[in-house]
Design a protein around this ligand. Sequence first.
Ligand SMILES: NC(=O)c1ccc[n+]([C@@H]2O[C@H](COP(=O)([O-])OP(=O)(O)OC[C@H]3O[C@@H](n4cnc5c(N)ncnc54)[C@H](O)[C@@H]3O)[C@@H](O)[C@H]2O)c1
Length: 273
Amino acid sequence: MTHPFSYEGRRAVVTGGASGVGAALLDVLAELGAAHVTVLDLASPNGPHDAFLATDLSDEGAVRTAIADVDGPVHTLFNNAGVADTQAPDVVMQVNYLALRTLSEGLLDRMADDGAIVNTASIAGNLWRKRAEQIDALLDVDVSDGWGASLQWFDANADSLGQTPYNFSKELVERYTQRSSRPTIRRGVRTNSVCPGPIDTPLLPDFRKAASDQIIDWNIREMIGRPVAAREVALVLAFLGSSAAAYVNGVNLDIDGGFNAALATGQLDLSGR
Ligand SMILES: NC(=O)c1ccc[n+]([C@@H]2O[C@H](COP(=O)([O-])OP(=O)(O)OC[C@H]3O[C@@H](n4cnc5c(N)ncnc54)[C@H](O)[C@@H]3O)[C@@H](O)[C@H]2O)c1
């Protein structure tokens, strides 16, 4: 009998598979019997995969080339790659939002009827409701004709957002996950995201540099006293991308040990932030 979380017969595309969460995901997909895994990254992955497309996700042309080069059908697209505010604001927008959206929309035609798109967002994007109007204005800008208009919008509005580029990019991903889940499910493709707290990956020092040790250590303390492990995120990604999550659509799923539940119910210790 087939395991309900199985990837047997399923073909996956993973961005950012060379490190951290993406590398852990390659191991999980192999354990779950994935039929074929294509990785898009700057660096070549060490983990199990079948095809590697060297792709700079901050480069629109490279993203469109990769879309053309991916062999279909695609059962699950994992938009996982991301960069922190240690990189230039436009690069953060390009990798974290524009590439993710362009891949989602560009591969949709080649996705299987029981397909899934799973985005790696962040708890850093959970305050999107505060900026819903601005976020919707940017999401209304079509990306199929190019990224220029979106970047222009961002450059013109960045100073008035009251949010860092990284956090804003993750707010966009959460709202985009909700908005796009409707059109994708109409053709059988579910769209969800995960929103982890600080994860023990090579990117964590970048968040410490961008935000401060004090904030990250407080966040970790108020989760369950340790960062999330990359594999703990990868397992949830794999679940959302599998047919075990067949009726789950348009969800931004926190992986934070209850941090947001404690925030919502006034149980966080706000001292030491
Ligand atoms: N580490 C954390 O604390 C944390 C917390 C919440 C969410 N996240 C999110 O998790 C996801 C995975 O991050 P991670 O922690 O595993 O980071 P990581 O740095 O370990 O891995 C990121 C991968 O993305 C690739 N990448 C970066 N820029 C690229 C580009 N321009 N083109 C192609 N590939 C590129 C890197 O080569 C790397 O393989 C990201 O979306 C990140 O925002 C991370």
